[in-house]
Design a protein. Sequence first.
Lengths: 274, 335, 295
Amino acid sequence: MSPLLDVNGVTISYGDVEVVHPLSFSVDRGEVLGIVGESGSGKTSVGLGMIGLLPRNGRATGEVMFEGRNLLAMSTGELRRIRRRSISVIMQNPAKALDPCYTVGAQFVEILRLREPMSRRAARAEAEQRLRQVGIAAPAHRLKAYPHELSGGMAQRVMVALCLATNPSLLVADEPTSALDVTIQAQILELLKSVIADLSGAVAIITHDFGIVAQLCTKVCVMNAGRIVEAGPVADVFAAPQHEYTRHLLSLLPGHLHHDDQTRPARDEAESPI
Amino acid sequence: MIKSPTPLLQLTNVHKAYPVAQGLGRRLRREQRRVARAVDEVSLTIEPGQSVGIVGESGSGKTTVARMILGLVEPTSGRVVFEGRDVTHVPHAQRRRLGRDIQGVFQDPYSSLDPRQRVRQIIREPLDIHRIGTSAERDMRVRELMDQVALPRRYLHSYPHELSGGLRQRVGIATALAVGPKLIVADEPVSALDVSVQAQILTLLSEIREQTGISIVFISHDLAAVADVCDSIAVMCLGRVVESGPTRQVYQRPRHPYTQALLSAVLPTDPATPYRPIKLVGDPPSPLEPLTGCVFRSRCGQAEAICAELTPQATDFGDGQHASCHVAARILAPR
Amino acid sequence: MSLVATGQLRPDAGPASGPPPARRTRRRLNPSLVVGGGLGLLLLLVALIGPLVCSYDPNAVDASAALHGPSGSHLLGTDELGRDMFIRLADGYRAAFEIGAGTVAFGLLIGVPLGLLAASAGSITDNIIMRVLDVLLAFPALILAVLVVTIIGAGEGALILAIGIAYTPVIARVMRGSAMATRRETFIDAARSRGAGTLRIALRHTLPNSVGPLIVQASIFVGVAVLLGAGMSFVGLGVRPPTPDLGLMLASGRDYMTTSPWVVIVPAAAIMLFALAFTLLGDGLQTWFDPQRAR
């Protein structure tokens, strides 16, 4: 069976500068791909470029086969239709991804009605239901709020609900928790974990944080300077990184701040690396 | 820890409240002016040569504390004492002298350097302000500083926008070191940098500390970054210090539920390790409507009735670790 | 393993060290900038070189040559008093540049320090300054200028003063806005924390970084000032004859519009080109500054 998303020899340039050199990877149904790298590595360009969301001066060449069709060869209209139904993107800054002029409810209803014709009342009911699913208490109240009135965590929950509303086959998350506080990040990651578990399609997560990759992803592509330097199943890459860059990045990570709370016995001094 | 007779810096019960602009309706009704309590009863002591980390999330007040130490903000009440001198309300003229002893390194390397000045001018400026040495001596000092922070000399005449984030932060550190301060306040110095560069800058700060014995106040939301540079740590939540103590100790046996939650939220990097962050309920409350009692109680899984009535005071858990929590304090209560 | 790397990598090796530093991008000249700048230069050239290539005296009255159309001997024809239009045009441009430069210099000299002071000195000073300027801004520029001229009397100097007073509040306001935005930047805080005084911060840090919008404004201002000046001269409140002025030429030529249109077309087109040049230049400068600001 062919993979859900097949990226082949894709390059991305801004103006006359090539920031992503020809690269290829694929994601199957049920897989969660982590595209990880530091800033300037090209990960965001790849992640957004493969679904046609580059800024005006960006150009992507190559093949991105999604459900059998090349996304990069489509017209804007076709791409838009696909984005309405099959592909959803969770942005980094949730409050900014929503239009500040309209209430959350209005935007939700609009998206639902673009997916399929339905009455406003039915759409609102579904919106409430979806908000509840992502852990928002008092959803009816939230729907009446404007995007800037929501806290970071709340806004990201709304984004996730919105993205799931179209039952996408491909979910792309661009640094979904970078803008959030640590404790809120933990909540959102839990949410994403459960959401991904229920999803039947494929997921691509763009991030600079290996910790997120370790928790959420099944495979990983490590990018540096516009190239994939290492790729493979997460467990393998973490256990035995082949490329020097991957090894270097992994070596910088803490991951050993884990402590035990009051109820569990304190760790031995010998175990603690700090 | 041997306490020297005079701590370098001492904050005692410092408050900072910002009045909130009120609409006409409220003013007409003569409602009490609402205040946002950015910093609430914070006390902190820094010994010479010590490095203290202040961690917290957004809204914790850690940045306000940093700005108070740097003299950019005056506390609403409380005292700030530097080397035994009360510097809480310092008239502007004397601020300059303090500026020699306390210097800052700021978060955003992209906006903390004057884009119109070259590196040489930026690093030189503190020397010019405080009129140290002759012009030639100042230039030599600039070169020395660049060497000290491993900033290649060829960048002497570059503009900030020509440098990467890591290099810019080195410029910031060099500038802070220029006049030989006794205390450096680093406000999220590596948060805007890539992971590999963060490590380099943190190493640099540690080295400088070892070489010069400068005290460092390190503000961050990143627990891991703080771990390597700071001997002791203070955890802030909604304007209050909820836990403090030697870093290693606090990380291994956190007493306050908030510290526990923060530590548990750090992602493990081994895919095999389960991620079990302590669940916090809901969102942080608004600083405009502060809660009675413990600031953390609305999100705390261990909150009890007393937490709503009484603000917890700091309990000594031994070896310099303090935490302000009723539930945690009960462990120490004699049976 | 310790978080801190053991210095294996060169500092900031390659792109993995943070967002790529802004390359010294060659600032691309945009059409507005080129056209506006080019046109402005051309007009300046006309003003400076005109008298050198054309030997007519702009004030020489020669009734026999009155109202001749454009020809070999008179490139742009003659006006009702037989004066050569081209040389009057050149002279008029010279005056226009003088007025433009004079009013801008006045506006900047007074407006920039006022704006900087308002932004730097604290809210009471800010309020006082801005409220006074608000009063001036409440008057349409023309009315204000007319008021000044009525008090002082007409003439080129008075015109410069009048228009300058009318537009100084605008410059001050732009300066203030730009300075306030700059002051919120971290490097200002950093300087303050290092002990820099208000004056040093204002002059060495705030001012140089707030200059962009000001340059744009000043450029547009030149065009607008000349427009206003021409208008005032047209109604007789600006420069008085025989001082050359495009507005005056327009006024006196009005009566001959139907019979000898060039007498009106030349000054009208001249004014328009001048205003166009500087407005385009201002627009182009704004676009030119913008990409640099966006880091």
